[in-house]
Design a protein around this ligand. Structure first.
Ligand SMILES: NC(=O)c1ccc[n+]([C@@H]2O[C@H](COP(=O)([O-])OP(=O)(O)OC[C@H]3O[C@@H](n4cnc5c(N)ncnc54)[C@H](OP(=O)(O)O)[C@@H]3O)[C@@H](O)[C@H]2O)c1
Length: 237
């Protein structure tokens, strides 16, 4: 039987950090399957990356829809082994806890926490069986510090942080690396235009985050970079 191709699955690859990650990985010759809801943007990423050595394969997927995630994973598993999952899809709302609707809170938890856990559960059995793989979680500086107007977001990212730390211990003898990246303010559409126009000079760039993640992913030894905090040199906004 033909050997399965090794791929990197990046969630939320249609914009921002996810798109930059896809670009960096494909530039480095990696086969990336990028998922998100906005398939038109994913198709554009594919087009833009077509001259690079790797491959970008777009797939429309809402990480909160478990049935779709099951179908997606079954399909890609036929001929591929996900050697790295990057849980990047994420949303927030920048509101005080008292002003958040329950629907907003539910969406934040479902995308950032449950969506990431569900994707992780999909890739784990193959990684454990193969005794190789990496799970990279794009967390946030909220894992390091309290930020107001981020209560549900902080709950989701700190929840995923806690989950990932336990998972890492459980996988110690399985050669599966669990890597948590906690970035501070980065220029993407998660922020309002007002914030970006005021602070873009000091905010980090998606390409710079992506370079760090690729470096950590591509290290080929028996060490794992477990936690990384990335901040603008001038500090938080
Ligand atoms: N920008 C920052 O300052 C910053 C700092 C720390 C951490 N982060 C984290 O970085 C990650 C990427 O965010 P970003 O800043 O790059 O913002 P972004 O440009 O808004 O990207 C968010 C991505 O998540 C995807 N997404 C949202 N809901 C989804 C769903 N239900 N199913 C599948 N995909 C979904 C979006 O794709 P579709 O809309 O096409 O589905 C998009 O590709 C997030 O986890 C965020 O929390 C960002």
């Amino acid at each position: 039987m033909a050997e399965k191709k090794k791929i990197v699955w990046i969630t939320g690859a249609s914009s921002g950090i996810g798109k930059a990650l896809a670009t960096e990985f494909v530039k480095n010759g990696i086969y990336v399957v990028g998922t998100a809801r906005r398939i038109d943007l994913l198709e554009k990423v594919k087009h833009d990356l077509s001259s690079y050595p790797g491959i970008f394969e777009p797939y429309k997927l809402d990480v909160t829809d478990n049935t779709s995630v099951d179908n997606f994973f079954r399909k890609i598993s036929q001929d591929s082994f996900v050697e790295c999952l990057i849980n990047n899809a994420g949303v927030t709302s920048f509101k005080q806890a008292s002003e958040n609707s329950f629907e907003e809170i539910r969406e934040i938890i479902e995308v950032n926490l449950l969506g990431s856990i569900y994707a992780t559960q999909k890739v784990l059995p193959q990684m454990i069986e193969n005794k190789s793989g990496a799970i990279i979680n794009i967390l946030s500086a909220v894992t390091q510090k309290v930020f107001t107007e981020s209560s549900a977001y902080s709950a989701s990212k700190n929840g995923l942080h806690a989950y990932a730390k336990v998972l890492r211990e459980e996988l110690r003898d399985k050669n599966v690396r669990v890597i948590n990246i906690s970035p501070g303010a980065t220029v993407t559409e998660i922020w309002s235009n007002k914030v970006i126009s005021k602070h873009s000079d000091k905010m980090m760039k998606t390409e710079d985050i992506a370079k760090v993640v690729y470096q950590v992913y591509s290290g080929n030894s028996n060490l794992v970079v477990e936690e990384i905090v990335l901040r603008p040199v001038t500090g938080d906004l």
